[in-house]
Design a protein around this ligand. Sequence first.
Ligand code: GAP
Length: 515
Amino acid sequence: MAQNDLFKKIIAHTKEYGYIFQSSEIYDGLAAVYDYAQYGSELKNNIKNYWWQAMVQMNENIVGIDSAIFMHPTTWKASGHVDAFNDPLIDNKDSKKRYRADVLIEEYREKIQLKIEKEVKKAAKRFGDAFNRDEFVATNSRVLGYQEKIDKLTKRFQDALEANDLDEIKQIIIDSEIACPVSGSRNWTDVRQFNLMFGTEIGSVAGESNTIYLRPETAQGIFVNYLNVQKTGRMKIPFGIAQIGKAFRNEIVARQFIFRMREFEQMEMQFFVRPGEEMKWFEYWKDLRQKWHFALGFPQKKYRMHDHDKLAHYANAATDIEFDFPFGFKELEGIHSRTDFDLSQHQEFSGKKIQYFDNELNKNYVPYVIETSVGLDRTFLSLLSNAYTEEKIEKADGTDTRVVLKIPAPLAPIKVAVMPLVKKDGLPEKAREILKRLQFDNNCQYDEKDSIGKRYRRQDAIGTPFCITIDHDSLTDNSVTIRYRDDMKQERISIDDIEKIVNEKVSMRRLLEKL
Ligand code: GAP
């Protein structure tokens, strides 16, 4: 299936089956804002639990907090967000559409990359088994020409970004003959910087001094609480503080469904270490965070690490874990070595000493920080992209297709569907009796409407790993049919064994043990 079609199907599926709705849809929606529906919110909660348990529960030196979304305005001055949390924007004068200048250039670069891939594909077809990709891209003159173009563009773009030279960024767009996708014209305005923070007023009086911001990252809520947590938790370095929460960014080019939203959730952890030991811990967290994604059991080739060429002024190393979304490899998680930048800035702006006394070294210092920051919504989208499967199934009266969400069982919104074969003869009562038992441990669903085949399809579409069917024999032999989502196999089992079979498969322990 073409990736674009896959993406459209996933979006339609999430709406049809109660995973995600457009926010305020009855008023035609609000761009780049989404609501998680009955199954979506369950899946989201399960992802949060998986992250929290992996980070907080499984690490004796990491604790979790839940800080407020509103923070003192000086926080954002100290962190650098007021002055530098900007996107370079450009408008097309004919279509009146606004774009991120850096995205226009990156998309142009990707187009050239696609031309290389096209040449490679053509050659692979021509040479068959004898084809050697490395040799081809190192020698083919057309590919070399494209590569040179990419390298020159990348260098020029990076220099312009580093020098914050907005005129040069515009010149790159003009020289590259990039046209507006809507009007097709190259009639561009100048590039200007646009701050991504949402501001609002606190109290009853409007004005500059009352402006506060909706946090653009959860990390600062951790930094300003560093001293409180370290002291009250008697934490010894190295230690971490984790947090899950909402963040807000006034994204101008908000596209790609829940990938880039204006209101989203982050799962962040700041790990405080001795200065000089940050690279060791950076590698440690890179490895562990990869494992967290891999433990979900999807193909590892869907993930790749991308080291940043250009580091933020406060970082001395940074890597993204990228995922192969239906629209290509994009950032899923960032792992950053943030030095002592944030704590030092808060120390300076607050006038409070933010230091750690290291007994072993017998000295005070501002700790260095390794940050792991993963988007909850992007993790959700990566899971759905992996889990969405269309399968042809052979039936006595021809073939049929089923859509199934192969979500890892511990994260599935509904773990078990309990179904009486018919709505009479005491089967519903028996089914509800079983349901009541299972509900103590798991989110279950009772379903008695439509044929059993239709009910199985419905559960496949929402990703329920187990269906339990109660038939007339169940009333006398204490057994039921269990049907497995992924291979559709059915087995006769004793009612007494249901909990054991289900609980073993849906336990979060299955994921945590792989870390
Ligand atoms: N504290 C570091 C920080 O905020 P970031 O790379 O800007 O770093 C971290 O964001 C993660 O948050 C990203 O890897 C991504 O998963 C998620 N994220 C960022 N902006 C987002 C948006 N507009 N919509 C959804 N997720 C977003």
